[in-house]
Design a protein around this ligand. Structure first.
Ligand SMILES: Nc1ncnc2c1ncn2[C@@H]1O[C@H](COP(=O)(O)OP(=O)(O)O)[C@@H](O)[C@H]1O
Ligand SMILES: [Mg+2]
Length: 228
């Protein structure tokens, strides 16, 4: 059974008279343990697709199942639970809370899961250590470089051991050296823990870290490229 299965997914936005077909007829199946990249020009539907995959948005047509559960039939609370249990998100602009330290930011998903005290601190610390930030745990986001902030965000994404990381332009705000560092972390996580990674990028050298590239154009999959 595939971890993610999208059948004939479409997403149409309407505002007044205007309608935009952000996705049309997407068929996509991703197995547990894959590392895939979604590439395409600006406006091709990459973020919309990632939001549907991450249960942040629902398709207007088609069916989608994650770990065998049909998403389009679920209520908001159940969608939130799936996001919480299965998925870690990484965004281009990090989305860290500015008044919390690195450690506190990473502890947040564990609070929602009811993990307390020393166990929570130890898990958050271990996640930060795994991305090489063991000596930065008490820093605020403003005291960290962009690359370090993204590593905190990755720690937050993995701290509750999700099955899937979804990353939307994770290196879009970073210099090339930090970008490579982030991709090496993704590669290592994928290889060593078997976590599934789906990332969106418009840069080919970043996309090449995945084992498969889905090329999007005008809301459709134009081509699937296997990387050796
Ligand atoms: N909330 C929205 N309302 C209306 N149109 C939207 C909305 N979000 C995205 N779109 C449109 O859908 C298309 C795909 O957008 P998006 O998925 O953000 O593309 P990408 O991430 O590849 O740049 C674009 O034409 C965009 O303008
Ligand atoms: Mg986008």
């Amino acid at each position: 059974m595939a971890l993610l299965e999208l059948n004939n997914i479409s997403r149409r936005y309407r505002s007044g008279q205007l309608q935009v077909d952000a996705l049309t007829g997407i068929n996509l199946s991703i197995e547990d343990g894959e590392f895939v990249s979604i590439m395409g020009p600006s406006g091709s539907g990459k973020s919309t697709l990632l939001n549907v995959i991450g249960c942040l948005d629902l398709p207007t047509e088609g069916t989608y199942s994650i770990a065998g559960r049909h998403v389009e039939k679920l209520r908001d609370g159940e969608l939130a639970e799936i996001r919480n249990r299965f998925i870690g998100f990484v965004f281009q602009s990090f989305h860290l809370l500015p008044n919390l330290t690195a450690l506190e930011n990473v502890e947040l998903p564990l609070i929602y899961r009811g993990v307390w005290g020393k166990e929570r601190r130890d898990k958050a610390k271990a996640a930060l250590e795994s991305v090489g930030l063991g000596d930065r745990i008490d820093h605020l986001p403003s005291q960290l470089s962009g690359g370090e902030q993204q590593r905190v965000a990755i720690s937050r994404a993995i701290v509750s051991s999700p099955s899937l990381i979804l990353a939307d332009e994770p290196t879009g705000a970073l210099d090339s050296k930090s970008s490579e560092n982030i991709m090496e972390i993704f590669r290592k996580l994928n290889r060593e823990t078997g976590i599934t990674i789906v990332q969106v990028t418009h840069e080919r050298h970043i996309a090449l870290y995945g084992r498969k590239i889905y090329h999007l154009l005008d809301g459709q999959i134009e081509k699937i490229e296997n990387i050796q």
